[in-house]
Write a protein that binds this ligand. Structure first.
Ligand code: 5RP
Length: 234
């Protein structure tokens, strides 16, 4: 059987690159401990690989109902975040990551729980294909989880920053998050100071979570590239 890590990455699809980085993330999982697990198609590859380490780990803290279902289906124990005081590592994907480890996240609508689990971890390991690496955050529509009654005023605040906010829909209806709230996706932003931006938007009434991860930025990024998995340390 071919070992995908030794394959020439030049011939690999985006899906195969996700598999590569998902497998590469196993080296950051600490035997005997609980691992923090993110959400998304790249993390799904990590979860599948983690099943092979099942006897070596205590289990996982999950950042979404979707990841919890996948972990449990593979027989991996899922712990409540309230039962854990600290995690060695949190492994998650990103919609964008810059050269300092700041990220935009929430494309999979799980940003609030992702930020909560990331905040428990000593180290955030981001797994992504190279299409996610950017100079400046903002090309990807910024997800923001909000309380529905604040949608109009938050939309106005983003407009004052040059952003256009749209409620995220599924089947023509507002998407409801795992936390029972809704999401705005904001285009037109150029986020030159992610820490200041996250700090500012987080204070607006009705914002549950802004999808800029600067306070909980990545310390490591395993990037799937045409040259193989590159490790970026921030
Ligand atoms: C989910 C996220 C994901 O990490 C992000 O959307 C990347 O997903 P994928 O690995 O499917 O590209 O933030 O809320």
């Amino acid at each position: 059987m071919t070992n995908p890590i030794s394959q020439s990455a030049a011939a690999l699809s985006q899906d195969q690159l996700k598999t590569l980085v998902g497998q590469a993330a196993l080296q950051y999982v600490v035997p005997g401990e609980i691992v923090g697990v993110g959400t998304g198609s790249t993390v799904n590859k990590f979860i599948d690989a983690l099943a092979g380490m099942k006897p070596l780990i205590k289990g996982a803290v999950s950042s979404s109902q979707a990841s919890t279902l996948r972990l449990k289906a593979l027989g991996i124990a899922v712990f409540d975040a309230n039962d854990v005081t600290e995690l060695s590592v949190y492994i998650d994907g990103a919609d964008e990551i810059d050269g300092h480890g700041n990220m935009i996240k929430g494309g999979g609508a799980a940003l609030t729980r992702e930020k909560i689990v990331a905040a428990l971890a000593k180290q955030f390991v981001c797994i992504a294909d190279e299409s996610k690496l950017v100079q400046t955050l903002g090309r990807y529509p910024l997800p923001v989880e909000i309380i529905p009654m604040a949608a109009q005023q938050i939309t106005q605040r983003f407009a004052a920053l040059g952003g256009q906010a749209q409620v995220r829909l599924v089947g023509g209806e507002p998407l409801v998050t795992d936390n029972g709230q809704i999401l705005l996706d904001v285009t037109g932003l150029v986020i030159t100071d992610p820490l200041a931006f996250e700090s500012q938007v987080s204070q607006w009434p009705g914002v549950v979570t802004v999808g800029v991860f600067a306070f909980q930025k990545a310390q490591v990024c395993l990037l799937g590239t045409a040259q193989g998995v590159k490790t970026l340390i921030f």
